[in-house]
Design a binder for this molecule. Sequence first.
Ligand code: SAM
Length: 144
Amino acid sequence: MKEHQIKSACEFGCGEGRNAIYLAKKGVDTEAYDLSEIAIENAKKIARESGAEKAVFQTGDIFALDFNGKKFELVIDSGVFHHLAPHRRLQYRDIVSNILAENGYFILLCFAAGEDGADEVDDYEFYRSKQTGVAYTEERLKEF
Ligand SMILES: C[S@@+](CC[C@H](N)C(=O)[O-])C[C@H]1O[C@@H](n2cnc3c(N)ncnc32)[C@H](O)[C@@H]1O
């Protein structure tokens, strides 16, 4: 069977760009966004130094980006979703759906219930105790 080469990707909350740089080096045109200007500056520097020209980094808030109808074959969230406040989940899901090409892939890495890293709290508790991250079960993620 012929392997399918993914040509375009978008990463939300890319930090210093390790995933975007990896993809770019594999030949994928990758756009990557993060709230942090410092992270983006570092990502650009690392990408330059490692020859990952296909990675384009930009400072931006996921919730304020305008993709103007653009679609990506792959969307990646490595460590952002689990920090989102519950009331932002649906908007987030719509943003991802809107930029995902038909038959595209969405990769989500997040805190897992039952593992170290974040509390398993319900939405009420998230707000009440000012949590910064939530661990998800597989079922809860699928529901989302
Ligand atoms: C845990 S770090 C993960 C970094 C990177 N994805 C990785 O796997 O190495 C989460 C990143 O998401 C960014 N972030 C959080 N909320 C965001 C938002 N609304 N828009 C863009 N970036 C955001 C943070 O600035 C931070 O760099």
